[in-house]
Design a protein around this ligand. Structure first.
Ligand code: BES
Ligand code: MN
Ligand code: ZN
Length: 501
């Protein structure tokens, strides 16, 4: 998708489709309070073209509600698309992100390949963040998951132009625009990885994709396998891999900005289970195909590292992905087995399907050994997190309020939804083992929390954030601004968290 930033007068733009925003300005409540949609542009010709239909009451400017006008009088554009932001008082930069995605997804099935998206006036929402969000939203909207359909028609938008009202700070907008392109493309890079089936994206291929990307953007990247796991005594990680014909991949990416020799080192650790059968504690057949996306946390870290390499924050970052299949086999680990993690802690395996925490245990320890002073991990870790928060919020945990506050602040920019859940000694008790140090499950209740407590044992005293994205990594029902399929959740939030250092 080609993208461009322009400051042209809207009514004069020759284009297949011009998208403008509308919001509902009705502040009264109750049955008589009819929506009062207004266009968020000062362009008189556009207002005139839409006046009749807006007065009809047919269009309410609800969030992502669309209305298409052909051959709008007084405009050079062939079509005028009005996209709703919902109540004006509640409209945010994130509403603009979604509206841009909605505009793109509106055009795709209609074979419209070029569009212009008009930003709202500056007094309503901050222009810089709006430009960035609009571009991100466009990339997100442009993604479809049907890559392997043999009759697939590539309906991708070819050209997306954001038009800002004249008089805005052009330099600031241009840099916000460039950021949006990098972030949007990186999020889609993650989504492409998550979308790949398990037979295509083995741990080895996953590592290769990361290495190829790293080369392109100038990141250091090494991909290790079985031997290195043994050398590092990664007994927890290896215990998951030992039951698979496919060798594991330990992906290590490094971003070291020139001249930055001290300060924090941020360690990003992702769960990269390229397929999770459950192992010997095998999962039921229903929905097992979904477990190809059990590497979404790892893919999020790879996408975030891509964006970091291109946006160049002044902080050192290490990205680690622990990639493996979780398979049942003659060599697979069994419930009751005891494994020794890299840190020396012993783990009693209760359920081989609680494999994510095992690979992450060694990933976190390794990040610390490589010098990480702050840790963040992302994983499709527990069904329990989905039970707790549904497919609305992802779970977040931390052993350090100051570190978590920075993550909370990052959410304001990313627009992603995470909800902090508690940790505590009583939960830690639930994973004490009778035979060794800890066990890999803590029973049915509070399953997302006991999983986090397990990881905390390996983060130790290092400030750490854990993101459980099990319910959010896959969009089950398409929305106007995003297709069904991989969401790319966490890429934007992790990136913003990194940039806050
Ligand atoms: N990959 C799953 C968690 C998951 C569930 C991800 C649903 C996405 C959607 C994880 O490895 C797993 O199997 N967790 C178990 C843990 C249990 C055995 C303690 C679970 O949640 O059932
Ligand atoms: Mn599992
Ligand atoms: Zn899993």
């Amino acid at each position: 998708m080609r993208t461009e930033l322009s400051f042209s007068t809207l009514s004069g733009i020759e284009i297949d489709l011009l998208a403008v925003l509308a919001a509902d300005t009705q502040t009264a409540k109750g049955p008589d309070a009819k929506p009062q949609p207004v266009l968020l542009t000062e362009d008189e010709a556009i207002k005139a073209a839409a006046a009749t239909v807006l007065a009809s009451g047919e269009y309410k400017a609800a969030a992502n509600e669309t209305l298409l006008l052909h051959a709008p009088a007084g405009l050079k554009a062939k079509r005028l698309l009005i996209v709703g932001l919902g109540k004006q008082a509640k409209a945010t930069v994130h509403s603009v992100r979604n509206a841009a995605g909605t505009a793109v997804r509106f055009t795709k099935p209609r074979g419209i390949r070029e569009l212009v998206f008009a930003l709202p006036e500056a007094d309503l929402l901050p222009p810089g963040p709006c430009v960035r969000a609009a571009v991100e939203g466009a990339f997100v909207g442009d993604f479809d998951a049907d890559t392997y359909r043999s009759d697939r028609k590539d309906l991708s938008v070819q050209s997306f132009t954001v038009t800002a009202p004249a008089g805005m700070d052009k330099k600031a907008l241009a840099s916000a625009f460039a950021e949006g392109v990098i972030v949007g493309e990186s999020q889609n890079f993650t989504r492409t990885l998550v979308n790949e089936p398990g037979n295509v994206l083995t741990p080895t291929v996953f590592g290769q994709r990361a290495a190829d990307m790293a080369k392109e953007v100038g990141l250091q990247c090494e991909v290790f396998s079985t031997e290195k796991l043994h050398e590092l005594k990664m007994g927890a990680f290896w215990s998951v891999s030992q039951g698979s014909e496919e060798p594991p991949a330990l992906i290590v990416m490094r971003y070291e900005p020139e001249g930055v020799k001290d300060g924090p080192v941020l360690g990003l650790v992702g769960k990269g289970i390229t397929f999770d059968t459950g192992g010997i504690s095998i999962k039921p057949a229903d929905n097992m195909e979904k477990m190809k996306y059990d590497m979404a946390g790892g893919a999020a870290m790879i996408g975030a590292m891509r964006a970091i390499a291109l946006l160049k924050p002044r902080v050192r970052v290490i990205g680690i992905v622990c990639a493996s299949e979780n398979m049942p086999d003659g060599k697979a680990q069994k419930p009751g087995d005891v494994q020794t993690a890299m840190s020396g802690k012993t783990i009693e395996i209760i359920n081989t399907d609680a494999e994510g925490r095992l690979v992450l245990a060694d990933g976190l320890a390794y990040a610390k050994q490589l010098g990480a002073t702050h840790l963040i991990d992302a994983a499709t870790l527990t069904g329990a997190c989905v039970v707790a928060l549904g497919m609305v919020n992802a779970g977040a945990f931390s052993n350090d309020d100051e570190t978590f506050d920075k993550f909370s602040a990052a959410l304001a920019t990313s627009g992603e939804k995470f909800w902090r859940l508690p940790l505590g000694e009583e939960y830690a008790e639930m994973i004490k083992s009778d035979i060794g140090d800890i066990k890999n499950t803590g029973g049915r209740w509070g399953g997302a929390i006991t999983a986090a407590e397990f990881l905390k044992v390996f983060a130790e005293d290092t400030p750490w954030i854990h993101l459980d994205i099990a319910g959010m990594a896959w969009v089950e029902d398409a929305r106007p601004y995003i297709a069904k399929g991989p969401s790319g959740i966490a890429v934007r939030s992790i990136l913003e968290w990194v940039r806050s250092y």
